[in-house]
Ligand binder design. Sequence first.
Ligand code: NAD
Ligand code: ZN
Length: 347
Amino acid sequence: GTTVPTTMRASVLLKQGVVEMQERPVPTPGDGEVLVRVGSVGVCGSDVHYYKHGRIGDMVVTAPIVLGHEVSGTVVSVGRGVAESRVGDRVAIDPQVPCRQCRQCKTGRSNLCPFMEFYATPPFDGTFCDYVTAPSDQAYTVPDSLSDESAALLEPLSVGLWAAHKADVGPGDQVLIAGAGPIGAMCAQAVRARGATDVVVTDFVDSRRERITSFGATRALHPVADAEEIAALRADAFIDCSGATPAVLSGIGSTRGGGTVVLVGLGAEEMPLPVQLIATREISVTGVFRYIDTWPRGIALTTSGAVHLDDMVTARYPLEQVEDALNADSDPLSMKAVVVVNAPEGN
Ligand code: NAD
Ligand code: ZN
């Protein structure tokens, strides 16, 4: 079997803007948990935000924290109650650990559990380190054909899958998506996988509009230059992945009567809404917070080729260069940075 060392490398955010490599004890898997040797970790906008601003809303970095939560790896040992046969499994981890006891958890809304533990959300450490523990049932075995990077990106794909579910997208639908960043790209692929045939994605950034047509979009439009074409849409669903007030307002205006508006973007905390239009068009407005149980579908879609994630990666960094990875977004051509904590065996 694999020998697990007692200490490991961890990239720690000491405070806003300060990252340090530390040696830390390897965690011990508890009851029902597995210990995973980390493979790849995708860099999320939230990691960047904690690094650059030291907080996201009322979630504040008050003590050193390990960032990173889009993670894949290999099971190297198991806690009590977990089959020894899991050792060696290549896995992608669903990082939401809800309490499983409260009313939200028991009524199918575990993503809204008030007692949620989540990698890289204070005070919980994340995955920019060699080893992490996870509940065994949240470490999903992935097929050999799926790369470590794709397996890690099942996390942002999950946001897209959940948004497409909340938007109730069906075959032949027209869907408008604002924002061609990683999340917009995941949403575009997710709605295509549900059968949407006209997927219009808007963004100001030329390179992002160009790229998005290989990630599910059938049309990529400029919010200002193509404003007339956007305003003429009557989409079955509008999914905001920009967090920008003008995008949300225009998107609602481009939604058909009885259509659905899904707010994924977390930008402006408040914005004025066209309530008369929402009322008279009977538009349903809903939010998205992460996802529920999307890994099995994500693995199936990625393995079958209906969704592709590898091509989304624009830069790779070793664990020693987490800080560079967190600054990768300063390159306008950057889409998704990945930290390769441990390269696949045999490489
Ligand atoms: P990103 O910043 O990479 O992408 C946002 C894109 O929106 C950018 O390309 C930007 O140019 C574009 N944009 C800005 N104004 C616009 C406008 N008026 N019209 C069209 N496009 C416009 O971010 P991302 O990583 O893709 O994430 C998107 C959003 O989703 C973020 O706000 C993030 O916080 C949020 N998010 C929410 C959840 C959730 O569970 N609700 C999960 C993950 C991310
Ligand atoms: Zn709960």
